[in-house]
Design a binder for this molecule. Structure first.
Ligand code: ATP
Length: 591
């Protein structure tokens, strides 16, 4: 799998998908640039997300907020206090390591790379033998040994005892010299939180009160602008706000190519829904999922669980639509003990990357935590008035009113105490909120599908990469590298190729066809080299169609006048198509 990753990284550079940022100065760790093909691929993906979210839906609107915002936003969201990894620092080398990568007893640092392991002769076979000796089942020992060797870290889902011991074993093999001074005992240094937000100053004075942060996620701007959007868009709960944009995290160990970067892009939706108590008051019942799968068109009596499941399925559908079939994804429902304290449920959509199965997107049911936090910190009301609720409430009998008020009161009190409010204050505020419900007022709950653009690009590239044995035009066997992108995301949709470049009539006709196509889709003109070579180049770029203009196009065989060959990337089949029919045929296949 490491080998596959190396091939992918090398193709990305060779063909201009991804370059190391600042490469001419030796690069900068955790930052990546997208070259000509990568930039097109990324634009296509973002465009598809944006149109599927906003243009194709009546209940989602867009937002484009700034990267630097009031630091109060990050206090309210909890990022200033808690968005941190625990770190230990080597007193001699000043190098830092994540605290969970240090063995509490021996002080051994559980971090080393596959390359270092290779250098010291620590092989997959040794890892396998070690795990067997520990009583691991041969099947899982083999899997673990490989995974461990490829990753060289406990991130590989190796947090169990055998995994940790194995890493200890391998780490002593590299004599514990990775980042820490061999004589320093890291357990003397205390574990300290290391905030992942990038800091800067706004204005000329570098003082504490001018500190600002680069946003570590795009979501918070949506909450902060919730009221403005609600008031200007004529939307009513349930509705969503979508945003695409850069996010920054000073990750301690950026790695796995673009998978974990320090600057990356997110596509996030916050979908605001009514609290279950309001739905029950209006509809009499709250619909909950009975089976897994798509619950169909949204209904007014859907509770948060239905909405959550709906968005999980909508997101899988999206991936399926752009060439990551359901079979390439895994749904991971977080266990209660893994959930963030504000989350009611979270589903991670995982993709099998060559370096392991890892998170592509998280879909979280976040209750009313975010808006409540902003209400507390900004002292601006975040609740909405719901006419349907007010009208319905008036018709409820007293028993029902009491029951719903009590439930809402308890939910609010629970949230408020969880966020550290003292119980007396929390009880008072919860009572006010519960009285609000009777007047048709509540703080909306939210379902958040949050996806990383760069991870998705890497998933699409990994999934598209294929090598095939084929015979070239001289009958010789060769390996063809082909990127099988779905035509919807492919950076170049069609290449236009004159059979020969030194025949003016061929060139003139080819330019004519190229002009016809390029207005409607990203087309590429290539007249350099043998036609077979040019096809291979387009295969590597993932171009789904090649159009070749030859002498028959010019009428050498009169019945073929004004026809071209259309070559399919995947089957390599060529068909003869009339120039008049080319554009509609291609448009149908790339949209
Ligand atoms: P991880 O556990 O991998 O650090 P996370 O759970 O912290 O990710 P979220 O905060 O839920 O991630 O962010 C939502 C999405 O943003 C992730 O699913 C991922 O696609 C993307 N993302 C987060 N951190 C990074 C990063 N450092 N580089 C690239 N993409 C990222």
């Amino acid at each position: 799998t490491n080998e596959l990753m190396e091939k992918i990284v090398s193709l990305c550079k060779r063909r201009g998908f991804v370059f190391q940022s600042s490469e001419i100065y030796g690069g900068i760790n955790g930052f990546w640039d997208y070259g000509p093909l990568g930039a097109e691929l990324k634009r296509n993906v973002k465009e598809l997300w944006w149109t599927s979210m906003t243009r194709f839906r009546e209940d989602v609107v867009g937002l484009e907020a700034t990267i630097i915002m009031s630091p109060d936003i990050w206090r309210a969201s909890g990022h200033v206090d808690t968005f941190a990894d625990m770190m230990r620092e080597c007193p001699m080398t000043r190098k830092r390591v994540r605290a969970d990568q240090v063995d509490p007893v021996s002080g051994v640092v559980y971090r080393f790379t596959g390359a270092k392991a290779k250098a010291t002769g620590f092989t997959v076979e040794k890892a396998f033998a070690f795990l067997l000796k520990k009583g691991e089942h041969p099947e899982s020992a083999r899997k673990k040994a490989k995974e461990f060797y490829a990753l060289g870290s406990i991130d590989a889902g190796m947090k169990d005892l055998a995994g940790i011991e194995l890493i200890g074993e391998a780490t002593s093999a590299v004599e514990n010299s990775v980042d820490f001074h061999p004589e320093s005992n890291v357990m003397l240094s205390e574990a300290r939180p290391f905030n992942l937000m990038f800091k800067t100053y706004v204005g000329p004075v570098e003082s504490e009160e001018n500190v600002a942060y680069l946003r570590p996620e795009t979501a918070q701007a949506i909450f902060a602008q919730f009221k403005n959007v609600l008031e200007t868009s004529r939307q009513k709960v349930p509705f969503g706000i979508a945003q695409v944009g850069k996010a920054f995290r000073n990750e301690v160990t950026p790695r796995n190519f673009t998978f974990r970067s320090r600057e990356f892009e997110q596509m996030e939706l916050e979908f605001f829904i009514k609290p279950d108590e309001a739905i029950e008051a209006i509809s009499g019942t709250v619909a909950k999922p009975e089976t897994k799968g798509h619950p169909g068109e949204p209904q007014s009596n859907w509770g948060w669980q239905m909405w959550h499941q709906y968005w999980v399925e909508e997101r899988i559908k999206f991936y399926d639509n752009i060439g990551l079939p359901r079979t390439t994804l895994e749904e991971y429902w977080q266990k209660p003990e893994e959930l963030a304290h504000y989350a009611r449920a979270t589903v991670d959509l995982l993709f099998k990357f060559p370096f392991g199965t890892q998170e592509l997107e998280g879909i979280a049911a976040r209750s009313d935590f975010d808006l409540s936090q902003h209400e507390r910190f900004s002292r601006k009301p975040m609740g909405v008035f719901d006419d349907d609720l007010r009208a319905a409430w008036a018709k409820l009998d007293d028993v029902k009113k009491q029951e719903l008020t009590k439930r809402y009161y308890e939910a609010r009190a629970r949230y408020l105490t969880k966020t550290g409010m003292d119980s007396e204050k929390a009880a008072k505020k919860a009572k006010e909120d519960a009285e609000g419900l009777a007047k048709g007022q509540y703080i909306p709950h939210v379902i958040e599908p949050s996806a990383g653009v760069d991870r998705l690009i890497l998933a699409l590239i990994s999934n598209a990469y294929a090598e095939e044995e084929v015979t070239d035009d001289k009958g010789k066997a060769e390996t063809r590298v082909v990127m099988r992108f779905h035509p919807r995301v492919a950076p170049i949709k069609v290449a236009v190729l004159p059979l020969l470049k030194n025949k003016p009539e061929l060139v003139a006709k080819s330019r004519e066809v190229f002009e016809l196509l390029r207005r409607e889709m990203n087309a590429f003109y290539d007249d350099g080299g043998a036609i077979g070579r040019r096809y291979r180049r387009q295969d590597e770029a993932g171009t789904p169609f090649c159009v070749t203009i030859d002498f028959d196009t010019l009428g050498e065989k009169p019945e073929l006048l004004n026809t071209v060959t259309l070559r399919d990337r995947d089957t390599m089949q060529q068909t003869r198509v009339k120039i008049d029919e080319l554009l509609p045929m291609l448009l149908q296949r790339v949209r």
